[in-house]
Design a binder for this molecule. Structure first.
Ligand code: HEM
Length: 124
């Protein structure tokens, strides 16, 4: 892995930590606290930055299996973050059942994308 790919995967690992703290807290407490939203938002920022570094580091090889899983996972988490903020702004202290479930599915799919990166870089 070149320096950009190492930096990208390290920043994506930070996203893993932030997402996990934020989303596991939301799943347990079912509350849209600033703690939850702060961690999930920090996760998205790291996710976008890490992905951009990986795209550049791969020499703009955009259409790969890992890339496609990664884009959908990032899109899913970005949408989730916006929906969680929107629900909080509407003075909802806790997410709807649908949003709570969507959050779980988006997170699990994101973990699949993360693992696809780990497996791909180990099998090189
Ligand atoms: C959900 C988290 C992740 C996302 C959204 C993501 C996204 C991407 C994207 C869009 C690319 C460019 C397309 C490609 O070359 O396949 C890429 C490349 C790459 N990623 Fe990730 N990635 C993630 C996690 C990881 C992890 C955890 C690792 C390693 C530990 C990793 C290692 C790599 C490597 C080595 C490349 C370059 C592949 C090549 O040049 O053929 N990725 N990633």
């Amino acid at each position: 892995m070149n320096a950009l790919l190492i930096a990208g995967s390290s920043i994506v690992t930070l996203a893993l930590i932030f997402y996990s703290i934020g989303i596991l807290t939301e799943q347990r407490r079912k509350q849209l606290s600033l703690f939850v939203l702060g961690f999930v938002t920090a996760g998205v920022v790291c996710d976008i930055s890490g992905t951009l570094l990986m795209i550049i580091g791969s020499g703009f090889r955009v259409l790969t299996l890992h890339g496609l899983i990664g884009y959908t996972a990032l899109g899913g988490m970005l949408a989730d973050t916006l929906l969680l903020w929107k629900a909080r702004k509407r003075n909802q202290g806790s997410p709807s059942r649908r949003l709570h479930l969507y959050t779980r599915i988006a997170y699990v799919w994101w973990i699949v994308a993360y693992l696809s990166g780990v497996i791909m870089s180990m099998s090189r």
